[in-house]
Design a protein around this ligand. Structure first.
Ligand code: NAD
Length: 422
């Protein structure tokens, strides 16, 4: 399908980036896997770890070559470094670039001022670097950027795909849908979206912004080919999603802890659908000057519904589960209207996998298999609070990279871009 075309996957060492790099390689794209491995150091900072063990990038790429016969090129690159990004674009002249390479944890972005700065400065810098590289080096390259459904918040009206038609004082226009993000991380995605939209208008960049829901599952057709191809699985209160955390809690005979009333409703999708959505987006590129927004999820559930689904799925296999409610560390509406559109990717051919039919195969059985690796300290109480920042049970040490973003003075001197991950 993708034969002869070159795609750079930024963030290829991560949960979704690795699965996507494999899939794109399998369907015939020439894949350049790029990452600065910073997520592995953030794990060391937070005392967190993936439940499923993962190999180093050189080992994964070698295993992929052995198993599939496909060559994937691996480059250690910091997306915040404009020279390094430009050099990569000059070397490969990509047809598309997929951008996963951001700090993506809402709690991590709320730990303290340093972490908020790290998140917003880092995320915005990487995206702007890609926009310049496309404009100056590969103007026809299609940017496929991972945003989040969290950009919209929970408005009391239906959520459209990126734009809404508004009539005001007798005049009508199609305008960007209002954003009410719930953390400094989610806000970094909002700012990215504005920057991409702007670059698309003024420079003609082709861009697809994928407002993705919460992804679950740990296997795809390619990952299933060899255990050395495993992708990461986060279950802790910093990096793990509610579904992963609940499955890990239940596996070690702890009650599932629902934050607050559990009425918070979000969009979800299987990791197999994530990789398909990226392939579909690349194979149907945006036009020059077009900034498309697709809502990338397949089903919506409340947190309470998720907990109940997991308990029911476990029961079918003779596994007991209990559900508790704990104080919500986030500032968010716990009961609200939620109805988000998600038609564009279906229209382009996406055939969704549904949670009820895949939950056991893809998550519960895997977590049961690895449950000896579950660290209870990482699982039980939230270690970051939206009002207070880090809680007493925050396991993180101070982080070497943070010393470079301590104050706005140090940002003005701009050492971050040149030094981090070099
Ligand atoms: N996982 C989800 O459920 C989900 C949901 C919505 C959106 N997203 C978005 O998808 C993207 C990928 O998410 P994920 O779960 O795979 O995250 P992840 O943390 O597992 O992977 C992100 C990868 O990006 C790399 N990275 C970060 N900063 C970098 C930099 N400066 N230079 C180069 N590489 C860098 C990290 O080392 C890591 O390997 C993120 O942008 C995230 O916001 C994820």
């Amino acid at each position: 399908m993708g034969t002869g075309r070159t795609v750079i996957v930024f963030g290829a060492d991560g949960y979704l980036g690795w699965a996507t790099a494999l899939h794109l390689s399998q369907v015939g794209f020439t894949v350049i896997a790029a990452d600065n491995l910073i997520r592995r150091s953030w794990d060391r900072e937070c005392g967190t770890d993936t439940l499923i063990p993962i190999r180093s990038m050189p080992e994964r790429v070698r295993a992929w070559r052995e198993v599939s016969g496909n060559e994937m090129l691996w480059r250690r690159v910091d997306i915040r470094n404009p020279k390094a990004v430009n050099a990569l674009f000059m070397e490969f002249q990509p047809d598309a670039v997929v951008h996963f390479a951001e700090q993506r944890s809402a709690p991590f972005s709320m730990v303290d001022q340093d972490h908020s700065l790290l998140t917003q400065v880092g995320n915005l810098t990487g995206t702007i670097n890609l926009l310049y590289a496309i404009r100056d080096i590969a103007p026809d390259c299609h940017l496929v950027k991972l945003g989040t459904m969290g950009e919209y918040g929970t408005p009391n009206i239906d959520i459209e795909e990126g734009f809404i038609e508004i009539t005001h004082n007798g005049r009508t226009d199609r305008l960007p849908y209002p954003k009410q993000a719930g953390s400094f991380y989610h806000l970094s995605k909002v700012h990215d979206s504005h920057n991409i939209h702007f670059a698309s208008r003024v420079w003609g960049i082709r861009a697809t912004d994928l407002n993705q829901g919460v992804v679950y599952g740990c296997t795809t057709d390619e990952i299933a080919m060899d255990r050395r191809l495993a992708t990461r699985f986060d279950y802790d209160t910093i990096w793990g999603t509610a579904l992963n955390r609940f499955c890990a809690q239940a596996a070690v005979n702890q009650p599932i802890t629902v934050y607050g009333k559990g009425g918070q409703t979000r969009g979800f999708l299987d990791i197999r659908d994530t990789v398909e959505c990226i392939r579909i987006s690349i194979e149907h590129p945006a036009e020059p000057h077009e900034f498309r927004v697709f809502n990338q999820f397949t089903e919506q559930f409340s947190v309470q519904q998720l907990a109940t689904l997991i308990a029911e799925a476990r029961k079918e296999h003779g596994l007991a589960t209990s559900i508790d409610h704990v104080a919500n560390p986030r500032i968010e509406q716990e009961e609200h209207y939620y109805n988000a559109k998600h038609q564009a990717l279906i229209d382009l051919g996406l055939q969704p996998h549904l949670l009820r039919s895949t939950l056991l195969d893809s998550v519960i059985a895997t977590v049961e298999h690895w449950k000896k690796r579950v660290d209870l300290d990482l699982l039980l109480r939230p270690s970051v609070d939206w009002k207070k920042g880090r809680n007493l049970n925050w396991k993180g040490a101070s982080h070497p990279h943070l010393t470079q973003v301590r104050s706005t003075d140090s940002l003005r001197e701009a050492p971050l871009i040149a030094r981090v991950g070099s």
